[in-house]
Ligand binder design. Structure first.
Ligand code: HEC
Length: 152
């Protein structure tokens, strides 16, 4: 009887300890991040290919729509590219990539929110919305580059 109780208490303690450890790792401590890519590499690896897919998705010629996503697959891929761009905005906010906590942060946030808005437009297969949110995304790129691109 006594032994059983001891075992139960031990088991409960172990369980609590394990849960505690899990909670600890869930609340991702920034000190545990391991940034690998430079800003330039994040651009080349994620931002450029994914945003190209967004910017090239809808094409007008002389006011006529000549290209837009067609199949469910097209729209889904576009949505995923937009999510990749949005998340890359978070990567840019992380030290040591973040250049400061002012305008850099603002443009990186703009990339997150406009990327998320593109993803939403793609999810609802909204061509007009895609153009509008794609424009917002483009302004986030251009704004940050204007200020932070190394001058030659
Ligand atoms: C928060 C700031 C920021 C945002 C937002 C941003 N970039 Fe960049 N980008 C940079 C910086 C800084 C560099 C230069 C990195 C270096 O050379 O070390 C760069 C470099 C680049 C390059 C390489 C340019 C070159 O001449 O080497 C491309 C292409 C690029 N970005 C595309 C984009 C696109 C497309 C977007 C938007 C979808 C975007 N970037 C959003 C900061 C940003």
């Amino acid at each position: 009887m006594h032994t059983t109780t001891t075992v139960r208490v031990l088991a409960a303690t172990l369980l609590l300890t394990t849960l505690g450890a899990c909670r600890g790792s869930e609340a991702a401590d920034p000190a545990t991040y391991t940034p690998i890519a430079t800003v330039d590499q994040v651009m080349d690896a994620i931002v450029v290919p994914s945003s190209d897919a967004v910017f090239d998705a809808v094409v007008y010629e002389n006011g006529a729509l000549v290209q837009a996503p067609k199949t469910d697959d097209d729209w889904f891929r576009l949505q995923m590219h937009a999510l990749a761009v949005a998340e890359a905005g978070n990567l840019l906010m992380m030290p040591p990539r973040a250049k400061d906590t002012g305008e850099w942060d603002m443009f990186a946030h703009a990339m997150v929110t406009s990327g998320a808005a593109v993803a939403k437009a793609a999810e609802s297969k909204d061509v007009e919305g895609l153009l509008e949110t794609g424009g917002e995304l483009y302004r986030a790129c251009a704004g940050c580059h204007e200020k932070y691109l190394p001058k030659e």
